[in-house]
Design a protein. Structure first.
Length: 604
């Protein structure tokens, strides 16, 4: 709040009487207790039989919902697991303090996912799949799995269901659970299809038959493969691994993160995505908006011999895989607790060569193998777990794997000279989790991060915050700032909350998320410090490896995300709201980071 300045005024008796009357009216108006609902928002829709209802009333007020008294803390906090009936629920909240009361009505709608009634026979048309159109440009070379289309719908239970593609013979569908019908259509390259409709038929036990047409159409014109090239400038950074450009399996699982110039053999379309064939039987879906598409197949990869590349300007280990002009797709994974780094390349006619030895103290050995038709793997086996960052990107005549060497740390001052990037979660228009005591997540993470920075700087570390104030940041700006600053560690600080359908009772305590094994040691050190310093939070669910989060996927340095405590647990929330509680959280995070660097300096 801006400072207020007192002003001097001379009041007449009449003015004084008016001011006194106004003050009494204002006092009476303020006496009605307030009702603040942090979650859910007005008009919210859920499919679960309960909703997490959280907020606060004026301290000291009592609260009833629909005439039923509910528990409220002395600070006015309420966090409830509230039952819902199917359909519209108008929750009337009444807060009472003395003779005054305030009311508010919140509308929440519960959808019904139970089976449709057996009669009359009906199909839920919003559930019908395929819901997007698919094109097969080279079906003759697709595997059976790549040519299989899922057909399904939700309808009256106990019926007999069939589907028909274009003018083909109708095929039966299986009722996998009451009212849920499924089938798999194996497209034949010999059967011409041109935007063929998928028609579904359900005959119910009342004798009626209903029809529905799937939104998605099927085509298999033999157009042949095309080349898709990742557009220059679409991929930020060396190791952010952004979901905005990822290539996914046909079931939606992330498979690889493209790099600028990466080329794909495109063999079809599914909705707004194109389908790429990386190798026989290995396909991914990519947004066409990120590609330049041209006729014909990409340049076939002709790999040369793997080499150890010396660069006096870089202290990192550099391994080059020559590819000539090819920019084949690849995946990069860290395994075995950081002792192994593997790059898998797709579209090579033959695997790379491997001269020996590789005289480097960080490397035990390098292995090259062909793991499938057109698929090769290069594996770096380290002499010690690799813990400081890695990337793989095109450069010169091929692919360059860069592995950061361990820094030289002073056991007496292990943080001296280290660069730590702290990310206070959310900010600006990104509120984060709803705060039932009227402070959103973004305003809790910032003071914690600021205090962690002070504690680390006092120990000699260089610290950079992704935001110093209440500003809006792009999600990948945060990881990019860590990469560009050459950070030794990226730590994103958050407060946890639960999604719809999760009972909040008893779920509390810290969690630390990371994607790559290199981040496990600092994550474990921070978790141990949080549990040691704040046992009142509860032990929490602990470490969460393999996380698929924007702030844990960056690989250029160990990257992790701390969920300090739960906004949806009364005790945890009060710790977050209390300045002394935030001081304890900041102290624990700083101590955990220091413990990690001390262990590294001592060779543990």
């Amino acid at each position: 709040m801006p400072p207020r300045f007192a002003r001097r005024a001379v009041l007449t008796i009449a003015a004084l009487a008016t001011a006194t009357l106004s003050a009494s009216v204002l006092t009476a108006a303020r006496a009605a207790p307030e009702i603040f609902i942090a979650y859910p928002p007005e008009g919210h829709r859920v499919t679960s039989d309960h909703v997490l209802l959280e907020g606060s009333v004026t301290a000291g007020a009592a609260l009833k919902i629909g005439g039923r008294a509910v528990a409220v803390g002395s600070d006015g906090l309420f966090i409830l697991w509230w039952p819902l009936r199917v359909g519209v629920n108008d929750l009337r909240l009444t807060a009472t303090a003395g003779a005054e009361s305030g009311t508010r009505t919140l509308r929440v709608t519960r959808g019904d996912l139970a089976p449709l009634p057996a009669r009359p026979t009906a199909i839920d048309r919003s559930s019908v799949t395929p819901n997007v159109s698919s094109e097969f440009w080279d079906a003759a070379h697709d595997s059976p799995a790549e040519r299989t289309v899922r057909v399904s719908f939700r309808g009256a239970p106990g019926g007999r269901a069939f589907f028909q593609v274009g003018q083909s013979v109708p095929q039966s569908m299986r009722e996998v659970s009451p009212g849920s019908y499924e089938a798999a259509f194996a497209l034949s390259p010999a059967l011409p299809l041109d935007r063929a409709a998928v028609t579904l038929r359900l005959t119910g036990n009342d004798g009626r038959t209903v029809l529905a047409t799937a939104p998605g159409r099927l085509s298999n014109a033999p157009l042949g493969a095309r080349t898709g090239t990742q557009r220059p400038g679409t991929v930020q950074g060396l190791g952010l691994n952004a979901s905005t450009t990822e290539a996914n399996t046909q079931t939606g699982t992330p498979f690889l993160y493209p790099r600028d110039g990466m080329t794909f053999a495109l063999v079809g379309r599914q909705g707004n995505d194109v389908r790429a064939r990386l190798a026989p039987g290995v396909g991914v879906l990519i947004s066409e908006a990120q590609l330049d598409v041209s006729p014909g197949l990409p340049v076939q990869g002709q790999a040369g011999a793997v080499t150890l590349e010396e660069d006096p300007a870089s202290p990192s280990l550099r391994i080059r895989v020559p590819l000539g002009e090819a920019r084949v797709p690849f995946t990069l994974s860290q395994e075995d607790g950081g002792r192994r780094l593997s790059v898998t390349l797709y579209g090579l006619e033959t695997p790379p060569g491997l001269p020996t030895p590789f005289p480097d103290p960080l490397l035990g050995d390098v292995q090259v193998e062909q793991v499938g038709p057109g698929v090769s793997r290069v594996t770096l086996n380290f002499t010690t777990p690799q813990a400081w960052g890695f990337t793989a990107n095109y450069g010169g005549d091929g692919l360059l794997l860069t592995v950061r060497r361990p820094p030289v740390l002073d056991p007496a001052r292990p943080l001296a000279g280290r660069m730590i990037v702290l990310d206070p979660g959310h900010g600006g228009t990104q509120l984060g989790g709803a705060g039932a005591l009227r402070v959103p997540e973004k305003d809790l993470t910032l003071p914690i991060a600021r205090r962690v920075a002070e504690l680390l700087r006092a120990q000699g570390a260089g610290v950079q915050l992704t935001r110093e104030s209440d500003v809006t940041l792009g999600l990948y700006e945060r990881g990019l700032s860590a990469e560009q600053s050459g950070a030794d560690l990226l730590v994103s600080i958050h407060a946890n909350a639960l999604p719809d359908g999760r009972d909040p009772r008893g779920i509390r305590g810290p969690e630390v998320y990371f994607t790559h094994p290199q981040a496990q040691a600092p994550a474990a050190a921070i978790l141990a410090a949080l549990r040691r310093t704040l046992p009142d939070l509860g032990p929490g669910a602990g470490l969460k490896p393999g996380a698929d989060l924007a702030l844990t996927r960056p690989s250029t340095q160990p990257s992790l995300l701390i969920e300090t405590a739960y906004l949806t647990d009364p005790g945890n929330l009060r710790v977050l709201m209390n300045p002394a509680g935030r001081e304890r959280l900041a102290g624990a995070i700083a101590a955990g980071i220091a413990d990690f660097f001390q262990a590294q300096a001592s060779g543990r």
